[in-house]
Design a protein around this ligand. Structure first.
Ligand code: NAI
Length: 630
């Protein structure tokens, strides 16, 4: 026979995100000259009471005195509390509906504001145990019913004693008074609820810590609105990833650990065992050996552009999705290109260098506006296309050449060949990708085709330009100004000296591969990558993944999603279909994408199905990974 389960839930900072009396104080003291001081005092008294440092009754008396509140303030409070119900409570409304007979709100707060809030979750008024206010004839709050046990110390214990509930009792709360019920032997388990506040004194004595109601429900195998509590997803962020990433991932509810440095292979092998999401930059090497140790890993976020540091194939074979940030620093590169083009057109690099040597060279010779000049963009991708827009805004005439068909933005014109572009442009800016075929795509022949006195900019990849030939053409005056940010060989660290045939060339700007290096770009990356990861975890979408077949899915409605990642070998789909047919699974939507190594199948199914389906799908031969999402 099933034992009855009773759920005793606290209100302030548990059911709602806030302490209601603090919010009430904000309202009632809105125009009070000493508002800030009084609010601080109220907060301190609340905390002292919560931690068990002063008697509860004293804390209540002092706070009510300071409040100067009335019935109309209470109405405003209720309005505010409605929007402050804890997020995991809001999403698990179904739990409250289903278990309304055995859910009790036991609070040291006040029925006047608790009842209207919890009623909306199906909780019965007779199951709410809390204090009540006393009002004067003008509706001002003057005190509270001192006969109510909940206004006294150890009130929750006394109340639970008098309730004499039969069956198991689970207490969920954030305060010490909630724990006291368990301590008095009146509850089977005390769950420290830490979604809104975390008190170490309470956490330390709890049977279990519940960072959300999802965790409580999952732990007790109760119906929950999401398939897996987010706090059980461990995230490891290495290499000083921008703090925005940590913030966003924590807000999502994940358990985030941050390491400022990188980890070597052995350290990472050890650390990766419990990690579900790994965040790295360019230094951490994610090798086959690391992947072999990564049994819980679902996704890797490369908080950079390149992914050479990751064994993508090994990830793929283990069903680990890799994301990067391919265009989060686009704008930064474009701004630098524009700035450099202007400097070069004014012959400023030489003039600036001269000034530092005490040389005053005031003249308009070789100094031009960019307005009306022809800009030739080679590679009209994310960066090239954006440069096109900004350059046009400054009055430049934009031409571009790309090996794939690209939509011309604004008034930009496509040239039929690279040679044509080289011949007509006053300024040439390279924005091609780093594919091996592009090695030395600009060499002696191409420089010869350019106009005399051309301005040449390369912020793309070092190997695409023949540097020795470029030097010759700068010296000859063919190239009147150049800006180079990327080199065939770049120093591995800031301690290694930089050497290049271009050092000392006239009107030549050399920069240490910083085109995309700005704080804004770092923050953009730290927003972009977590968003992709969360989308994958929450919906299964693999948009912008570096290694996975791309599937973009709509939000889920009234369905469960079964994600099946398998080796791309014959027979797997037939086996999956057999399970579906055997269990008469009601399929609402079905998505499949494959690449040469894996298949990624998503089944959207009606919520009602036999759980055996899950086991059977997990055990289909060649399955790499299987999960159910709701
Ligand atoms: P993207 O992939 O969006 O665009 C590259 C474009 O070049 C594509 O449209 C492609 O079709 C075209 N292309 C490739 N080879 C070509 C060829 N031989 N001739 C004509 N078109 C060709 O890349 P995105 O994001 O615009 O980046 C462009 C370059 O900038 C990349 O090489 C990237 O590594 C580099 N980059 C440099 C940074 C820096 O700090 N300096 C920062 C960010 C990117």
């Amino acid at each position: 026979m099933n034992t009855t389960k009773n759920f005793v839930i606290d209100f302030d900072s548990t059911f709602t995100q806030v302490e209601a009396l603090e919010v009430l104080a904000e309202i009632s003291l809105r125009n009070h000259p000493q508002k800030e001081e009084i609010l601080l005092k109220i907060k301190q008294i609340t905390d002292q009471g919560m931690e068990g440092d002063i008697s509860f009754r004293d804390s209540l008396i002092h706070r009510l005195e300071l409040l100067e509140a009335s019935r109309s303030h209470l109405n405003q409070l209720i309005e505010e509390l409605r929007n402050k119900v804890s997020r995991s409570f809001v999403r698990n409304k179904q739990f409250f509906d289903e278990f309304s007979d055995s859910i009790y709100i036991v609070s040291n707060g006040f029925k006047e504001f608790i009842c209207p809030i919890v009623k909306e979750y199906g909780i019965k008024e007779e199951n709410v145990y809390a204090n009540t206010f006393i009002f004067d004839s003008m509706d001002n709050i003057t005190g509270f019913d001192q006969d109510n046990v909940l206004s006294s110390d150890n009130g929750k214990v006394a109340l639970l004693n008098s309730l004499n509930l039969s069956g198991d009792i689970y207490v969920i709360g954030d305060g010490y008074t909630d724990y006291e019920v368990k301590k008095a032997g009146l509850a089977n388990k005390f769950y420290a609820f830490t979604e809104n506040v975390e008190r170490s004194k309470v956490r330390d004595v709890a049977d279990h810590v519940a960072p959300s109601l999802d965790e409580f429900l999952y732990h007790n195998k109760l119906p929950a609105s999401i398939s897996y509590p987010k706090n059980r997803i461990n995230v490891l962020l290495l290499e000083n990833v921008h703090p925005m990433a940590e913030k966003l991932l924590r807000e999502e509810g994940y358990n985030v650990e941050v390491y400022p440095a990188g980890l070597d292979e052995d350290e990472l092998c050890e650390k990766i065992k419990n990690v579900s999401i790994l965040g790295i930059r360019s230094k951490t090497q994610v090798t086959q050996k690391v992947i072999d140790h990564a049994n819980r890993l679902m996704a890797i976020g490369a908080f950079c552009i390149g992914t050479n540091q990751i064994d993508l194939q090994a990830c793929l074979k283990k069903g680990i999705v890799v994301f990067n940030a391919p265009f989060s620093n686009t704008r930064s590169v474009v701004e630098l290109a524009i700035g450099e083009i202007i400097l070069l057109m004014r012959n400023l690099p030489d003039k600036i260098a001269g000034m530092h040597l005490g040389k005053w060279d005031k003249s308009a010779k070789n100094s031009h506006e960019v307005r009306g000049k022809k800009l030739g963009i080679i590679g009209y991708g994310n960066i090239g296309a954006q440069l096109s827009i900004l350059a046009e805004a400054m009055g430049m005439e934009v031409y571009y050449y790309d090996i794939t068909e690209k939509l011309a933005l604004g008034n930009a014109r496509k040239t039929d060949s690279l040679d044509e572009l080289l011949q007509i442009s006053d300024i040439i800016s390279l924005h091609v990708d780093g594919r091996p075929d592009n090695k030395n795509m600009i060499g002696d022949r191409e420089f010869h085709l350019m106009k005399d006195g051309v301005i040449f900019v390369n912020l793309s990849r070092g190997h695409v330009v023949d540097i020795d030939s470029m030097r010759v053409h700068i010296q000859s005056g063919k190239i009147r100004g150049a800006a180079i940010d990327v080199f065939p060989y770049e120093p591995k660290s800031n301690n290694e000296p930089f050497e290049s045939p271009l050092v000392g060339m006239p009107n030549t700007i050399l920069t240490p591969h910083v085109g995309g290096s700005t704080s804004e770009a770092q923050e953009n990356i730290a927003r972009f990558v977590p968003a992709r990861i969360m989308e994958y975890i929450n919906t299964g979408s693999t948009t912008n993944s570096v290694n996975f077949p791309e599937i973009q899915l709509p939000p889920m409605k009234n369905a469960h999603r079964m994600m099946h990642i398998h080796h791309n070998v014959p027979g797997v789909l037939a086996a999956i279909n057999q399970v579906i047919a055997k269990h008469n699974l009601n399929i609402i939507g079905q998505y499949l994408k494959t690449n040469e190594s894996i298949g990624y199948m998503i089944l959207a199914v009606d919520k009602e199905y036999d759980n055996e389906v899950i086991n059977e799908l997990k055990n289909v031969e060649h399955t790499i990974r299987f999960r159910v999402l709701y």
